[in-house]
Design a protein around this ligand. Structure first.
Ligand code: GDP
Ligand code: ZN
Length: 458
């Protein structure tokens, strides 16, 4: 049992008018009390906040004017006593307060240690702890909503329900094994086992179906910008990013490497990849770019295919259409400010059901329409963090797949008429695997590894 008192700066470094030094543990209140000039913190009510000054006991100097929150366990995030010292100064003063706190016997928290304590003290389960991590990393409001829901215990509740179903079934089978002389018990167990495994299988499957959207919310929609050299791929990327991080140049084929950018298009997180164009080439340096491009295409959730309005359609353009025709594509006809040379009828024909947007990036035209198309066409309003429970965590997805597999083994076993105590093994496996999602059956090393991915101060 960890009972020493930990501390860390729990607000992001750098900007921000207020910085918080947080303490958690048995000594949190007494340490704060020993350096605080103001009310006697040991006797104030829990969950109250107090104005005062932090004094360096070594020198008796005033270090900082602060507001101190006192929260006594177990009704706290870690279930331990928690003190939060709100400093309004910058980095220097908050570090000074931290040093004073450390000098009084608190230990600097490891990354994620506050959350780890919350988990170890039963305040939250593992999937909730992971949600805290997602929340910190969330790039859009929607991603944040998903994380918040998970933190709220939605996924946990669902998983617990599934486990409960399996457990009841297993209990039934136990009865059957203990009283083999009752025929109808055997019957009932068999029917129940079949029903419940099928039911749980269905639910696991539908959870897995949310994984793709969950992944998009979490990591962004992998978006590849493709097209012949010089059509305006980098310009498009820049237009979407509103910053000039990708190189824009007049020399064809200069986007040698794959560059990545994150943008938030109307709540949809895009992970933009600017590629060197998919085409045959003898140039070795370009070749690396092309190889990568093919890979990128395969992994893309959305393709932005760019054409030049001022150029006639080439064979290369047609090949690009062919390469992506069964993917999610938005066709962008750029450079509409130029003399028309592109056969638009043919473009629409090649584009088939995919939307065609016209832009003049140089005149900053058509970008709104494109953003509209991205948010509308791809999501069709379905990606809504609203009421759904999304699985967005790779570890959870893996475990759900594993659970699905052992459920299928169980179902297959029953179909082949295997004895129930054999089927029971697969169902027990499922129960255990699902338990790993919420941390009921996880190993110590995994816990350490998971929490070490956190930021300091969480
Ligand atoms: P990429 O090779 O496909 O990445 O193309 P770039 O984005 O590097 O653009 C190539 C050239 O086309 C640059 O000189 C751009 O300034 C220019 N360009 C981009 N968009 C437009 C446009 O809408 N109209 C015109 N006339 N030129 C553009
Ligand atoms: Zn480029």
């Amino acid at each position: 049992m960890e009972t020493d008192t930990i501390t860390a700066i729990s607000t992001p470094m750098g900007e921000g008018a207020i910085a918080i030094v947080r303490l958690s543990g048995n000594e949190a209140v007494s340490i704060a009390d020993s350096i605080f000039k103001g009310k006697d913190l040991a006797s104030v009510d829990s969950h109250t906040i107090h104005y005062g000054k932090i004094i360096d006991p070594e020198t008796d100097e005033i270090a900082e004017e602060v507001m101190v929150s006192v929260m006594r366990g177990p009704k706290t995030f870690t279930r331990e006593d928690i003190i939060e010292i709100n400093c309004h100064g910058g980095l220097v003063s908050v570090n000074r307060v931290l040093e004073i706190v450390l000098a009084q016997g608190a230990r600097l928290a490891e990354p994620g240690e506050f959350t780890k304590r919350a988990f170890l003290n039963g305040r939250i389960d593992l999937s909730q702890a992971e949600a805290v991590m997602d929340l910190i990393r969330a790039k859009t409001d929607r991603a944040m909503n998903v994380a918040l829901k998970q933190m709220d215990g939605r996924l946990s509740k669902l998983i617990q329900d599934l486990r409960q179903k399996l457990l009841e079934t297993l209990a039934h089978v136990e009865v059957n094994i203990d009283y083999p002389e009752y025929d109808d018990v055997e019957e009932m167990s068999h029917t129940m086992m079949e029903e419940k495994t099928r039911e749980v299988h269905r639910e696991v499957q539908s959870l897995l179906q949310t994984a793709k959207q969950g992944k998009i919310l979490r990591e962004g929609l992998a978006t590849a910008i493709i097209g012949r050299p010089n059509v305006g791929k980098s310009s498009l990327m820049n237009a979407l990013v509103h910053e000039n991080k990708a190189i824009v140049t007049d020399v064809p084929g200069t986007t040698r490497d794959v560059i990545e950018e994150y943008v938030n298009v109307r709540g949809v997180p895009l992970r933009l990849v600017d590629t060197a164009g998919i085409r045959e080439t003898e140039d070795i340096v370009e070749r690396i770019g092309v190889e990568k491009s093919r890979q990128v295409l395969k992994e893309a959730d959305l393709i932005l295919l760019v054409l030049n309005y001022g150029d006639a359609l080439t064979e290369e353009d047609v090949r690009l259409f062919e390469a992506v025709h069964d993917l999610d594509v938005i066709v962008i006809v750029n450079k509409t400010d130029l003399e028309p040379a592109l056969d638009m009828d043919r473009v629409h024909e090649l584009a088939a059901d995919h939307p065609v947007i016209t832009t003049s990036l140089i005149q900053e035209q058509g970008i709104d329409e494109l953003e509209q198309a991205i948010s509308q066409v791809f999501f069709e309003g379905e990606l809504d963090a609203g009421d759904m429970t999304y699985v967005s965590n790779v570890r959870h997805v893996q475990l759900l797949k594993q659970a699905k597999k052992s459920l299928e083994d169980a179902m297959e076993g029953m179909e082949m008429g295997m004895p129930l105590d054999m089927v029971q093994i697969d169902v027990t496996n499922t129960w255990e695997t699902l338990g790993e999602i919420i941390g009921d059956t996880v190993h110590e090393s995994l816990i350490d590894q998971l929490f070490s991915q956190f930021c300091l101060g969480k």
